[in-house]
Design a binder for this molecule. Structure first.
Ligand SMILES: NC(=O)c1ccc[n+]([C@@H]2O[C@H](COP(=O)([O-])OP(=O)(O)OC[C@H]3O[C@@H](n4cnc5c(N)ncnc54)[C@H](OP(=O)(O)O)[C@@H]3O)[C@@H](O)[C@H]2O)c1
Length: 379
């Protein structure tokens, strides 16, 4: 029986992970759950999965939950997230949204837990610190992002082989084929309609700007120890080929499946075993019939290029790029800036930045905070 702790259990990935767990009660038990502000859903999850520890964002919600669930340890805020990350479990699934996932991931690794990582911002902002900690503690870092799960699966048994490049697929989002002028007319309602995936709001906007692919390139660089320039992005609108690897002999391995996050979540939680999902079989004469690939338009979708540039420049640039993006995506959702201003303002913030080489966890957190303040001034 694996004990699973989930950070962000009320989100898109968190709820799908609980679905995977509830279908496999003989394999998994839930040791800790955390939410932000969706306390009504969280209450149902606590009742159903009976964790030993439950953490919410606000103290007032924690006080109410303590009355309702006297047998369960209830905590709140940042300290609560760290306590959940360090609590006794076999795997910590980090499905928090954004940079707030970094410190809990670090603490979970230092506590010796294997990590199922959905929170890509952890590696974007703190890749060096996190991968050093993974190596030091000898824990497993199991990717949940569908693309990274695909690459991870392709690499099984092939880690020591000669690999030329990583192939990272992208749906292209709802505005594939649009011009930069057309992108200026995009509203939050339009950007929140993703053609293939149902996800949280932040990642849905990141997919529409293609920043998501840039973040994933950085995530792949750290997870698979490759140079950012050895990652090729392929726009693949059907989202059936989830990514792959190309060997030096030009042989290509990819992983295919329907676009359903429960598959990569189950690969991470059950690793090295496989679970049963007969209803998710790929229909090769339906969804899998036509598989097409295009080059990404790097001029129009400049956010992806900004992420690549931040990674190439290294030091604290990825921290700054990520922090500015988080603030600007929220400002776009709040209708304070236009769609194309997300990339324009990230570029401005990056240009102003004096990079710190090899930043520590504390420096990363401080730079993230300063960048958020500076970005808010530009809105
Ligand atoms: N969704 C996908 O299909 C998908 C695919 C690949 C990778 N990912 C990655 O997985 C991560 C999560 O994505 P998601 O789509 O699941 O996001 P989401 O639906 O927005 O869920 C985010 C979770 O974080 C919690 N949270 C938000 N603010 C918080 C705070 N201040 N303190 C504590 N908890 C807080 C939310 O709680 P409340 O809802 O209770 O406020 C929710 O449980 C992201 O890094 C994303 O890039 C997602």
């Amino acid at each position: 029986m694996k004990r699973i702790a989930i950070l962000g259990s009320t989100g898109s990935i968190g709820t799908q992970a609980l679905d995977v767990i509830s279908r496999n009660p003989e394999r998994f038990t839930v040791s800790a759950l955390t939410c932000g502000r969706n306390v009504s859903l969280f209450r149902e999850q606590i009742r159903r999965f009976k964790p030993e520890l439950a953490v919410c964002q606000l103290q007032e919600d924690a006080e109410k939950l303590s009355w309702e669930f006297p047998g369960i340890r209830i905590l709140f805020g940042e300290a609560g997230l760290i306590a959940a990350a360090e609590s006794d479990c076999d795997i910590l699934l980090n499905s928090l949204m954004g940079m707030r996932g970094l410190a809990p991931t670090y603490h979970a690794i230092m506590a010796g837990h294997d990590i199922a990582l959905a929170n890509k911002e952890t590696l974007v902002a703190g890749g060096s610190v996190i991968m050093d900690a993974v190596e030091k503690k000898g824990v497993k870092m199991l990717p949940v992002d569908s693309e990274h799960s695909a690459i991870f699966q392709c690499l099984e048994g092939n880690r020591d082989k000669k690999i030329r490049k990583i192939l990272l697929t992208a749906s292209g989002g709802p505005f594939r084929g649009w011009s930069y002028e057309q992108l200026k007319t995009v509203t939050p309602e339009m950007a929140l309609r993703h053609p293939n995936w149902s996800m949280g709001q932040k990642i849905t906007i990141d997919s529409a700007t293609m920043m998501n692919k840039g973040l994933e390139m950085i995530e792949a660089k750290w997870l698979f120890h490759v140079d950012i320039d050895d990652i090729q992005v392929l726009v693949h609108p059907q989202s059936v080929v989830h990514s792959g690897i190309e060997f030096t002999d030009s042989s290509v391995l990819t992983q295919l499946g329907v676009p359903d996050m429960r598959i990569p979540i189950s690969v991470a939680l059950a690793y090295p075993d496989r679970l049963e999902f007969p209803e998710l079989a790929l229909d090769f004469f339906g969804k899998g019939k036509e598989l097409t690939f295009e080059e990404p338009d790097r001029k129009v979708f400049r956010c992806m290029e900004l992420a690549v540039s931040a990674s190439r420049q290294g030091g604290s640039y990825p921290v700054v790029m990520n922090a500015a993006n988080e603030v600007l995506v929220q400002a776009f959702l709040d209708k304070k800036i236009g769609f194309t201003e997300i990339g324009e303002k990230i570029e401005q913030v990056m240009e102003e930045h004096d990079s710190v080489s090899d930043p520590s966890l504390e420096e990363i957190i401080a730079i993230d905070k300063e960048t958020r303040e500076r970005t808010r001034e530009l809105i």
